[in-house]
Structure formats: structure tokens, C-alpha cells
Design a protein around this ligand. Structure first.
Ligand SMILES: Nc1ncnc2c1ncn2[C@@H]1O[C@H](COP(=O)(O)OP(=O)(O)O)[C@@H](O)[C@H]1O
Ligand SMILES: [Mg+2]
Length: 244
């Protein structure tokens, strides 16, 4: 196994508020790690620090054993290897589905439009959205938008994909189609860090579940151990509220 990402004593403050206190996490290649925990515990902030949408206040982030926070580190390259899928899709509303999947390939990677288009069509097919390639996001359901957002992230050829509650904004009947795409992706060997409240996904698809509370990872284990035999009181309380 090789470690792709490592968070070491990661800290993030917003003014006086310590949101991430001391987060330690290692992600191995091909691993699917689910992050669970109450609202406000710092899950989104952790993901946003990993892809540097937020600047960490302290600690370190290693990518293939090298600190990305070192001066002179190629952040452009790093950002394109670490994809993100947001709760609110963040598609470009004025562009078609296909164009959404092409634009960053051309602008960020300098790929020619024909090749970018081929890649886009391939990933739109893989998420079952090829037939809607000419639609605008406003013409799609939430589940379809999220599948397009996943295809768009895949078009950048990421090594790791971060998901921030990708199904939380969806009507319940649309959650399944997105989880199905994510499950296929996990089976294909993609390395994934998934913040989620979908406990079935965390249990059945991930290799590891991390319970986060108040800015630290309180406990992490295999899904079976964490759900059946949580060791920490805070984990037990949280799980009791979620799992009947
Ligand atoms: N940009 C920000 N400025 C100030 N406080 C923030 C900001 N982003 C998040 N927070 C605060 O950090 C805490 C953790 O937020 P977040 O990481 O979104 O938690 P979670 O994703 O686990 O619900 C919350 O108290 C939130 O209000
Ligand atoms: Mg969040």
C-alpha cells in the first residue's frame, strides 16, 4: 500500500474559533474513507483544507510524502490531482452538461477540445448522463446534476476525489442513483474521501470510517468495527441517533 495523503496535526481557526484542533489522517491508494460526524464538527473545513480552498492554520498536509504547504510546491498540479464534489453541485449554469465537463480540461490542462470532448463523453456515459449532454443544469434533477458533477471531476483525471455530503441536497428518491455511481467508482479503485450521513454507504462501500467531532477525529476503524463496536462514548451517542 502506498500513502497518497496524510494530514498531520492539521489545525484551522476562523478568527478565535478553533474549527480543526488536531486532525490526523492517512489515506492509502485505492482506499475509500467515509467521514461521519455531527454538523459543525469540521468535516467540510477538513476537505476544504485538503484541496486548499482554505489555508490551514497549522500542521501539515503531505501528498505522496511531500508537504504541499512548502514554498514553491506545484499547487496547480496538486489541485488537479485532487478533485472535489460539492453538496450543491457547483455546475456552471450557463453551460451545457458537455461544456461543463470540457471547460476545465481545456483551461487548466491545456487539452485540445476534441480530446477533451472525447473524455467528457466517456465519463458522462459512465455516470449514465450521455443522453443529456446538451442539456443545461437547470433542466436536470438534483441527482442528474450530481452525476454530471462527478463526471466533470473525473474528466480532470484526479488521483483522489473528495465528496462533501454529495447526496444531502437531494430528494430522497434521487439519492440512490448518485450512491450507485459512487459505489461503481469505489469498485473501480478510485481513492475517495467521502463526508456523508449515508450510513449504509459508509458501512457497505468504505474500507474505513472516521468519526469526527469538535475538530478532531475521535475514532476510526473498519466499518464493521466502528458500527458494531464503537469504543468512544461520543461515537456511541452519535451512532445511536443515526442507526436504529
Ligand atoms: N469561513 C468560515 N468562517 C467562519 N466560521 C466558519 C467558516 N467555515 C466554517 N466555519 C465554522 O466552522 C465550524 C465547522 O464547520 P464545517 O466544517 O462546515 O462543519 P461540518 O461540515 O462538519 O458541518 C462551524 O462552527 C462553522 O460555523
Ligand atoms: Mg459540512
Amino acid at each position: 500500500m502506498s500513502t497518497i495523503l496524510e494530514l498531520k496535526h492539521l489545525k484551522k481557526n476562523f478568527g478565535q474559533i478553533e474549527v480543526l484542533k488536531d486532525v490526523n489522517l492517512k489515506i492509502e491508494k485505492g482506499e475509500v474513507a467515509s467521514i461521519i460526524g455531527p454538523s459543525g464538527s469540521g468535516k467540510s473545513t477538513m476537505l476544504r483544507c485538503i484541496n486548499l480552498l482554505e489555508e490551514p492554520t497549522g500542521g501539515d498536509i503531505l501528498y505522496h510524502d511531500k508537504s504541499i504547504l512548502t514554498k514553491g510546491y506545484d499547487l496547480c498540479q496538486y489541485r488537479s490531482r485532487v478533485g472535489m464534489v460539492f453538496q450543491s453541485f457547483n455546475l456552471f449554469e450557463n453551460m451545457t452538461v458537455l461544456e461543463n465537463c470540457i471547460i476545465a480540461q481545456v483551461k487548466v490542462h491545456g487539452i485540445n477540445r476534441d480530446d477533451a470532448s472525447k473524455t467528457a463523453l466517456k465519463y458522462l456515459e459512465s455516470v449514465g448522463m450521455l443522453d443529456r449532454k446538451d442539456a443545461k443544469p437547470s433542466q436536470l434533477s438534483g441527482g442528474q446534476k450530481q452525476r454530471v458533477a462527478i463526471a466533470r471531476a473525473l474528466c480532470m483525471n484526479p488521483e483522489v476525489l473528495l465528496f462533501d455530503e454529495p447526496t444531502s441536497a437531494l430528494d430522497p428518491q434521487l439519492v440512490g442513483e448518485v450512491l450507485e455511481v459512487m459505489t461503481d467508482l469505489a469498485k473501480s479503485g478510485m481513492t475517495m474521501i467521502v463526508v456523508t450521513h449515508e450510513m449504509d454507504f459508509a458501512r457497505d462501500v468504505s474500507n474505513r470510517v472516521c468519526f469526527m467531532d469538535k475538530g478532531v477525529i475521535v475514532e476510526e476503524n473498519s466499518p464493521h468495527e466502528l458500527f458494531e463496536n464503537p469504543k468512544e462514548e461520543r461515537t456511541k451517542e452519535f451512532l445511536q441517533r443515526f442507526i436504529k
